[in-house]
Design a protein. Structure first.
Length: 311
């Protein structure tokens, strides 16, 4: 783990809006509530030296307690942390409750405790509690609720009118010609208030994306991919990536615009993977060629039968 350091303290204070003078200057201390931040492994995948917690969760999953919700955390502060302090910690499963029944379902409360030390001194303790539970299965089949509606206002009404007519419109400043999305009342480049529109070609690539797993909103069917699409015109917009499994979406994937009828009222722009679209077109073309060959063979056979009958 990295030692306690001034840059991280500064970033934390800026993010939290905490201007306490104790957290800056030559005698600065770290905000006590940063206790857990010094133990996090980040995105590099470094492990914390024990797999007991993962094994416990796996056992609960196998027993049918597949859902999880965080319930609360507790922290105790025993000594201030200062820049340069080297942090070590021990993490243990402190308790697993008896089986409990809650409004969410039946399951177990699992509490872990992390003891944070500087040398041999105990600096603080962090307890984190979750509920691992089996969701209540409610009888009866419910109809899938409608997809949430986009927020339409005076600034973006023209965009959604275009979508309803299956046209993807991009704003263009009439002063400097800059294209912009999302729609805004003024130009970010020159400040001009006058604008027109251009129709997007519908070609683009995946600039970035996320795969949505949780929470499972009733109107959606996770997992699914949501992409930040860079259009050929240079602007970017967000939309679902379709036509390819969610785990096959990648940055740089070519996509093409489609319009999806979510229900009788709602039309949304989505982005179909071009590779999948081209495969589909190729398959359709192959099927057409096969049908043509069959018809040609049938025509030849029919001609031979006619000649034979004439003889």
């Amino acid at each position: 783990m990295d030692p306690v350091n001034a840059p991280m303290i500064r970033h934390w204070c800026e993010a939290m809006g905490d201007t306490n003078p104790a957290y800056s200057g030559p005698d600065a201390i770290a905000p006590p509530t940063m206790l857990q931040a010094w133990t996090m492994s980040g995105l590099s995948g470094r492990t914390r030296g024990t797999h007991a917690y993962d094994e416990l969760l796996a056992l609960l999953d196998e027993a049918g307690y597949t859902s999880v919700v965080a319930t609360d955390c507790e922290q105790e502060y025993l000594r201030p942390l200062r820049p340069g302090d080297e942090i070590t910690f021990d993490s243990v499963i402190e308790s697993v409750s008896e089986k409990k029944t809650t409004k969410l379902g039946t399951g177990y409360f699992v509490t872990t405790r992390m003891d944070v030390r500087v040398g041999t001194d105990l600096a603080g303790t962090h307890r984190f509690r979750i509920l691992k539970y089996a969701p209540i299965r409610r009888p009866g089949r419910r109809e899938k609720p409608p997809r949430p509606r986009p927020v339409v206002n005076r600034d973006n009404a023209g965009f959604w009118e275009g979508v309803r007519s299956r046209t993807l419109l991009i704003q263009r400043c009439t002063g400097c010609g800059t294209l912009r999305h999302p729609w805004l009342p003024g130009c970010n480049a020159c400040g001009g208030l006058d604008w027109g529109t251009v129709e997007a070609s519908g070609e683009g690539t995946v600039y970035s994306y996320v795969v949505m797993h949780h929470p499972p909103f009733p109107a959606f069917d996770p997992p699914y991919a949501v992409g930040l699409i860079e259009l050929a015109e240079g602007v970017r917009m967000i939309g679902n990536v379709v036509g390819v499994p969610y785990d096959k979406v990648r940055i740089g994937l070519p996509v093409r615009l489609e319009f999806q009828d979510c229900d009788e009222e709602l039309v949304l722009p989505v982005w179909r993977a071009r590779e999948a679209q081209e495969v589909q077109v190729s398959q359709e073309a192959q099927e057409i060629r096969e049908v043509q060959k069959i018809r040609e063979v049938q025509g030849i056979q029919g001609s031979r039968e006619t000649k034979g009958a004439g003889a």
